[in-house]
Design a protein around this ligand. Structure first.
Ligand SMILES: Nc1ncnc2c1ncn2[C@@H]1O[C@H](COP(=O)(O)OP(=O)(O)OP(=O)(O)O)[C@@H](O)[C@H]1O
Length: 231
C-alpha cells in the first residue's frame, strides 16, 4: 500500500536520506530502526509531506503522493503521529480528539473506541492535555491519529521517554490495531521493543537502508544482536 522508492531528502546542502526504498503492505507493521540521527524523523516527514523530497517517489495505493501537503495525505488515509506528539495543551483530552475532522477511509474510530484502546484517557477525559504525563500524551496523540480513520499510521518513536511498562502498553495498542486492518510504519530507536511487534523491519544508518528482513530474522541475526541489541 505504501511504496517508497529511491527517496532522498536534504536540509539545505546536508543530505539526510539517500535513496531509501521500502514497502508497507496492507495490515502490516513495519519497523524502521536506527540510532539517533539516522534519519528516521526525516523519513516520516518526507512521506507525510511535511518535508519536500530531493529525489525519488512515494506511492500510496498506487497514487504518487510526493508533493502533497500533510493535510492532503491525511485525507488519503495516511496519519502521522509525530515525535513531539503535537497535541493542543490548552484543550481537554476530549476536545483534542473531537477536533479531528478528517476521514481517511479506514475503519471508523470514534472517541469510544479510542477510550477502549486507552482506558487511561477515560480517566483524564475532561482534563487539559498539557497536564497529562508523557505516556498519556502519547496515547492521546495516537488517539488523534486514529480519529482521522487512517489506513496507514506513521509513528515516530512512540515509546520514547516512556517507562518500560507504558512503552509496552503503547506498542501493544499498535499491535492491536493490526487486527482492525490498519497498517503501521513504526520508527523506533528501541529496537528490541519494535522487533517484538513488527512483522518486518528495515535498519537505517546515516540516511541509508543497510538491512531489511522479517522481524524474527533480524532479532536472531548476530550483527543486529551485537550492534543494536547489546547481546
Ligand atoms: N531541521 C534540520 N536542519 C538541519 N539538519 C537537520 C534538521 N533536522 C535533522 N537534521 C539532520 O538530519 C539527520 C537526520 O535527522 P533525523 O531527525 O531525521 O534523525 P532521527 O533518526 O529521527 O534521529 P532522532 O532519533 O534524534 O530523532 C541528522 O544528521 C540531523 O542532524
Amino acid at each position: 500500500m505504501l511504496t517508497v522508492d529511491g527517496l532522498s531528502a536534504a536540509y539545505g546542502r546536508v543530505t539526510a536520506l539517500r535513496e531509501v526504498s521500502l514497502a508497507v503492505r496492507p495490515g502490516e507493521i513495519v519497523a524502521m530502526l536506527g540510532a539517533n540521527g539516522a534519519g528516521k524523523t526525516t523519513l516520516l516527514n518526507a512521506i507525510s509531506g511535511v518535508l519536500p523530497l530531493s529525489g525519488g517517489s512515494v506511492t500510496f495505493d498506487g497514487r504518487r503522493i510526493n508533493g502533497l501537503k500533510p493535510w492532503q495525505t491525511a485525507r488519503l488515509g495516511l496519519a502521522h503521529v509525530p515525535e513531539g506528539r503535537e497535541i493542543f495543551p490548552g484543550m481537554t483530552v476530549e476536545a483534542n480528539l473531537r477536533v479531528v475532522d478528517v476521514n481517511g477511509g479506514g475503519p471508523e474510530f470514534g472517541v469510544d473506541r479510542v477510550l477502549d484502546l486507552f482506558p487511561r484517557l477515560k480517566e483524564r477525559f475532561d482534563q487539559l492535555a498539557g497536564g497529562l504525563s508523557g505516556g498519556e500524551q502519547q496515547m492521546l496523540a495516537i488517539g488523534r491519529g486514529l480519529m482521522a480513520r487512517p489506513r496507514l499510521l506513521l509513528f515516530d518513536e512512540p515509546s520514547m521517554g516512556l517507562s518500560p511498562l507504558l512503552a509496552r502498553t503503547v506498542l501493544g495498542a499498535i499491535a492491536e490495531l493490526r487486527q482492525s486492518g490498519i497498517a503501521s510504519l513504526l520508527v523506533e530507536q528501541n529496537m528490541r521493543a519494535a522487533l517484538k511487534v513488527a512483522d518486518r523491519a528495515y535498519v537505517l544508518r546515516v540516511g541509508r537502508v543497510t538491512r531489511e528482513g522479517s522481524a524474527a530474522a533480524l532479532r536472531d541475526a548476530d550483527d543486529i544482536k551485537q550492534a543494536y541489541l547489546g547481546l
